[in-house]
Design a protein around this ligand. Structure first.
Ligand code: C5P
Length: 397
């Protein structure tokens, strides 16, 4: 089961500049399998068009108490919700919610629901620190409303301070926590590798590949949300997902050393990284000079990290490999599965549009050593991560 699979979430969007970040929250909730109904306040429309949310959420956007076929949209939305999130929650909405002044659909739904509520305030520092805002939050907290405090950082006005909407990944993680959603990887140590390795030719030049690391980061983020202890061995500099520990590596040799150190304590290893297959035999000291002519670079094979892990696999350990192919997807993937002693191989045709290296989307077929297979058609890398980890949980029984 996906992390938020089948859960009905109402996402309330109030009128603050951070409304644009709520688009990402919406997308992530849908990717995690939730049915998302968006309520925008009138003011929120000034920041983001409702079409954006309609395109990403599970139904058309709700705005008014009066624009629905149903005369009582707030009770329908409130009663059917498993969770209501307000992101961003403005000072006005917090005040109206605390006092029960339900003059708009969002606040009416908040008052009508018995589902848990998660509010994510975002506003300028002076407003955030104002006693009226803090008093309203104290009232809401005392009633059992969960509050995800804003972060400190650069604000819309260009200055810095507390008041920035919590990162969308944190909001989704908090939502999953409130719902107790699929903490089905609790107690597991998951090691994930991400990015392409860089093999030095000289002091400045490398042999690299087009891997962005996005798929590996998505696997790490979802595993952490599902309760796993996650170590991510990474060659790239992307935002670290909440609860994930990053170990940096650049070359295949460094990645091998990091992974081999972690492997004995790992229950699950997902080798998402695009590890170079060949590296220069020698790295020149300093920078090779153009005037000396084109160098002859002699290559040697790198150690196959995954094959080494497969040979040393201990009982109860689950090994997942990736197969980026441009032809003969199935036979190449199945060959890898057997040759490297894997439990699962995630194959993608990187020549297809929107698939693989650098994209935010991916389309894969997951082959299991037990004979089963599952296809995931073009979807976000996060969604692919959810399917992949569903399969991991399934094969571990
Ligand atoms: O054989 P191929 O390189 O296509 O296999 C891809 C899988 O093997 C990926 O999971 C990749 O991370 C892993 N690999 C590795 N060490 C290498 C090459 C690939 O672990 N030297």
């Amino acid at each position: 089961m996906s992390t938020l699979s089948g859960r009905r979430i109402v996402l309330g969007v109030a009128g603050g500049i951070a409304a644009y970040k709520s688009v990402e929250v919406c997308r992530r909730l849908v990717d995690a399998g939730a049915h998302v109904s968006v309520i925008m306040t009138e003011d929120a429309h000034r920041f983001v068009g409702p079409v954006t949310f309609s395109a990403l959420s599970s139904e058309r956007v709700h705005t008014s108490l009066w624009d629905d076929d149903s005369a009582i949209p707030h009770t329908r939305l409130g009663q059917s919700a498993d969770l209501v999130i307000v992101a961003p929650a403005t000072a006005r909405v917090l005040s109206a919610y605390a006092t029960g002044y339900s003059a708009d659909l969002l606040v009416a739904t908040l008052i009508a629901t018995r589902a848990p509520v998660l509010v994510c305030p975002a506003m300028h520092t002076e407003m955030w620190e104002h006693p009226s805002v803090q008093d309203n939050l104290a009232v809401l907290r005392a009633r059992g409303v969960r509050v995800l405090d804003p972060e400190s950082g650069r604000l819309a006005g260009g200055d810095s301070g507390a008041g920035r909407l919590a990162d969308p990944a944190r909001i989704v993680a908090a939502a999953a926590e409130v719902l107790g959603a699929s903490r089905d990887m609790e107690g597991l140590h998951v090691v994930v590798t991400a990015g392409g390795t860089r093999e030095p030719i000289d002091a400045v030049r490398v042999i690299a590949n087009r891997s962005s690391g996005k798929q590996g980061y998505a696997v790490a983020a979802v595993a952490a949300e599902r309760g796993a202890r996650v170590t991510l061995v990474s060659t790239v500099d992307l935002p670290v997902p909440p609860g994930v520990t990053v170990v940096c590596a650049e070359t295949a040799a460094q990645m091998k050393s990091a992974v081999d150190t972690l492997a004995p304590s790992a229950d699950v290893i997902v080798m998402t990284a695009a590890v170079a297959d060949f590296r220069p035999v020698r790295t020149a000291d300093g920078k090779l000079k153009k005037r000396d002519g084109a160098p002859e670079i002699v290559l040697e094979p790198t150690p196959d990290i995954l094959a080494g892990l497969g040979a040393a696999k201990r009982p109860g350990q689950t090994l997942v490999g990736f197969a980026a192919e441009t032809d003969d997807l199935e036979s190449n993937a199945l060959d890898k599965l057997r040759r490297k002693n894997l439990d699962m191989v995630v194959a993608n045709d990187v020549s297809a549009p929107g698939v693989g290296f650098g994209h935010d989307t991916n389309a894969v077929t997951i082959y299991l050593s037990t004979g089963g297979q599952k296809s995931v058609s073009l979807a976000s890398k996060r969604s692919v991560a959810v399917h992949l980890l569903d399969s991991v949980v399934q094969v571990r029984g």
